[in-house]
Design a protein around this ligand. Structure first.
Ligand code: HXC
Length: 257
């Protein structure tokens, strides 16, 4: 597939996807989402890739769903098309995805970042769910993921008033993991993804799956799920290697792919 709305690059074991509709502040339209999904499918299938980075421009990670594309749609259009269902592909990635957010992450852009596993922000980042200003409300998981990430008080405040959160507040309330000067953001995101990609891929994938289970189930079920997966790591060559390397005071060489 030829890409017109994203750029794709690979640095070692890290796949990098850059949203690239500069004239529309990376507003997310159907074509962009199909390209994004295609790139994710390729990186997921590539055994060389251990982690991915999703980023945008300095001005905008993404300013939301493309309002001009949505404007003519009626209820029957969005219902039959199951509008938005294609947007969730990134949340089903089994390899980790680091979102590197500079500038605006609004509406569907904020929701896309929240579908990633770690959000790193530039000090210029602005997160918001301004859909209420358009007579609608977040439709790509915003009411659910934002509430789980920052709690009801902040989520209601943002979703009902359309107020934006700056990077410092987003870090304070736990929406983002770390904040960097804007010109260092991408390097730091790639470094973070490289660090993850150096680990045992199956252990990383199981750890991700287990953390995500915390959002879906009770504590007791989640702990049982974790234990089953934890036990299964004892079948990995990588686990043998990791523990042997510790005992032998050397760096581990993880190979399971
Ligand atoms: C379509 C958009 C867009 C969007 C910006 N643009 N956001 N086009 N959809 N979401 C376009 C503008 O129309 C303009 O195009 C160009 O990008 C530059 O934007 P400006 O508004 O001129 O820039 P600026 O004055 O710097 O303001 C930046 C901004 C503003 C504050 C981010 O663009 C803005 O409020 N955008 C909309 C944000 C929003 O409401 N997002 C939620 C969308 S709904 P032209 O051609 O005029 O130069 C949503 C639903 C999610 O996301 C649920 C389903 C996923």
């Amino acid at each position: 597939m030829a890409y017109e709305n994203i750029l794709v690059d690979q640095k070692g074991a890290v796949g990098i996807i850059t949203l690239n509709r500069p004239n529309a502040l990376n507003a997310l339209n159907g074509a962009l989402i199909e390209e994004l999904n295609d790139a994710l499918d390729r990186f997921e299938a590539d055994p060389e890739v251990g982690a991915m980075v999703l980023t945008g421009s300095q001005k905008a990670f993404a300013a939301g769903a493309d309002i001009k594309e949505m404007q003519p749609k009626h209820y029957m259009d969005v219902y039959f098309e199951d509008f938005i269902s294609r947007w969730e592909r990134i949340s089903r990635c089994r390899k980790p995805v680091v979102a590197a957010v500079a500038g605006y992450a609004l509406g569907g852009g904020c929701e896309l970042a929240m579908m990633c596993d770690i959000i790193l922000a530039a000090d210029t980042a602005k997160f918001g769910q301004p859909e209420i200003n358009l007579g609608t409300f977040p439709g790509s998981g915003g009411t659910q993921r934002l509430t789980r990430a920052v709690g009801k008080a902040k989520a209601m405040d943002m979703i009902l008033t359309a107020r934006m959160m700056d990077a410092a507040e987003a870090e304070r309330v736990g929406l983002v993991s770390r904040v960097f000067p804007a010109d260092e953001l991408l390097d730091e995101a790639v470094k973070t993804a490289e660090k993850i990609a150096e680990k045992s891929l199956p252990a990383v994938m199981m750890a991700k799956e287990s953390v995500n289970r915390a959002f879906e189930t009770t504590l007791a079920e989640g702990v049982r799920f974790e234990r089953r997966l934890f036990h299964s790591t004892f079948a990995l060559e990588d686990q043998k290697e990791g523990m042997a390397a510790f005992a032998e005071k050397r760096e581990p060489q993880f190979k399971d792919r």
